[in-house]
Design a protein around this ligand. Sequence first.
Ligand SMILES: [Zn+2]
Length: 224
Amino acid sequence: MLTLSLLFAVLDANVVSAQNVTSYFESERLTQILNKVHALQLGKVGALVAQFDTSKNWNWILAEGSLPENTNAVTQLSTEGAYTIIDMDKLKYATDLSLARTIIHEMVHAHLLLSFIYKNVNASVEYPGIVRAWAATPTPDYNAIQHQEMAESFVDDIALALKEYNYYENRFTDNSVYIDLAWGGLDFENNVSLNDYDRKRIQITLAKAQLNGYEKAEIMTAFQ
Ligand SMILES: [Zn+2]
């Protein structure tokens, strides 16, 4: 995994910086997808994008790196801001929409991390569930707490953002596909608002988007 100091040493990659969002992606494709995500305007995701562009110290840094098994991307706090690492080895077959979903998901993590650093009072009012979950145990799993918040209050807006993304690409699909993709990275297996049929459909939609026709045999075994 890249350390932050190493991250800043790798400056020969495609360095893209717009306001407070800085990326060091090696992949031109990923850079372009980030730029398109950065142009989204609708719903909560659009508001998050605007916040990154207009808020002091609201820094989000992105790079590629190797991550542990079953981890495609992570976002953590650093002294420079929130920083995201995406493991493109694991996502090399993913559709553009699936990669946009990954970036948006990590952007929500970055937003939640920074919210509690720089706007503590507002964040506590806006995300009381996070405050409660944090206080409920001496060893809180902050990633899981953020995922719970996303499951409760971001799935529809991530879906809307994916629909907006596809609209600008002149691609169209059923709204249910955007919702299914928005569950990516979240604990849909145990969510009580979903039934077994929903969970299986979400699992297959996510697997198809990530593998994009490759490794079909693996879908049959790993995702059923
Ligand atoms: Zn996550």
